[in-house]
Design a protein around this ligand. Sequence first.
Ligand code: NAP
Length: 437
Amino acid sequence: MTARDTSRPAIRIAMLGAGTVGSSVAKLLALHGHDLAHRVGASLELVAVGVRDVSKERPGIDSKIITDDLEAVATSGADIVIELMGGIEPARSLILQAMESGSSVVTANKALLAAEGASLYAAAEEFGVDLYFEASVAGAIPLIRPLRESLAGDKVTKVMGIVNGTTNFMLTKMDEEGVEYADVFEEARELGYLEADPSLDVDGHDAAAKAAILAQLAFHTRVTLSDVYCEGISSVTAADIQAARAMGFVVKLLAIAEIVQGQAGEDAIVVRVHPSMIPLTHPLANVRGSFNAVFVTAEAAGEMMFYGRGAGGDPTASAVLGDVVAAARNRVLGGRGPGESIYSGLKVLDIGKASTRYYVNLDVRDRPGVLAQIAQAFAENGVSIQVVRQEGHGDEAGLIVRTHSGTEEALSATVNSLRKMDSVREVLGVMRVEGDQ
Ligand code: NAP
């Protein structure tokens, strides 16, 4: 096949934000301009870049197109507006203005999509433009397009992934070096891995925003950040991680969205983010350091794993440019990308309805009958025990219990009963266990 005709007018691109990701997008657009023009069928021209501080050096970007008048950039009537500022406002208003001006929008803004996705989709529909957001979840990893398009003919039943590289870096360090959370938090801060507000990473909010986006795409149901149960990693101890190791498990912060059975047996969904133990044999167990990976289960396709770099200027820019090419092709050839798909209207249930397994670490009094009493507490709540391990004797006596799967409600009721028992001095650690074993 011969190369496409690229003589048609250039596709005009405006960009809001030129920080870590935006500067990489500008660089790669210039570097690969020739190839991209052939892939699109028209050249791509960066015509305006909006920033906060116009005096900053921006190597590779013509200073004549840099402005702090963001509204002018958004309403420039460019074919495509790329939003790489982050945050809710003014990004949201600017995107809406861009769409109203007839521009397709490419964004990497997970916070905005998780909170305000519905209004962005609605505006894209109203003004007949595209909304693409591959880079909003798991950086470079192609994941949004597979869920939105490649798996559109299948029924996805579960999405489970490591979608925050910073917390994965921290948990990997705790696992490999036996260090405590406070030490690894300092190291992540010194390396500049943590967001300006570290709570976005360590309390799970960043992962929760991504979980909401993935759940909506996977289950064709509107899911927002407030629907996601969210628990971070700050209470994970080196002892939990050691106990996990001893049982053949590793601790990961997982984002999980899955189909569960509602009260009348109908399909519903639960979306949750929390630290989990997974077997060392599970593919997600080998995702170390700042890498991301998402494990998707679909009825016909079976199990799939998407793995790669979840952040960084160039990796994220790769995903942004993939979206730019898609939106540009639509301009050249006519047609539009997929819109919002929320036809199934499944109920989003509370985490209590999720089915999971627990690891419980107990400091117990070393006296006859303790084990039987503890087993009784599990049985009374309908939770069956898979493994019990005893550690130490006398004042140091400890019990580690791993359960079979049960509802979160039953498991947490069991832990509450254990806390009240005289023979249990302290519940030292509780963690959910995921992955088959
Ligand atoms: P960044 O380095 O902080 O850059 C933000 C850019 O937006 C800067 O150029 C800044 O201008 C501009 N900006 C921000 N607020 C503004 C305002 N109110 N008015 C004018 N300009 C404003 O951010 P980033 O890391 O590139 O991230 C951009 C987006 O990509 C975010 O939504 C983020 O969540 C997403 N993302 C990032 C990564 C990553 O690895 N960094 C990965 C995946 C997704 P100045 O340059 O003048 O300050």
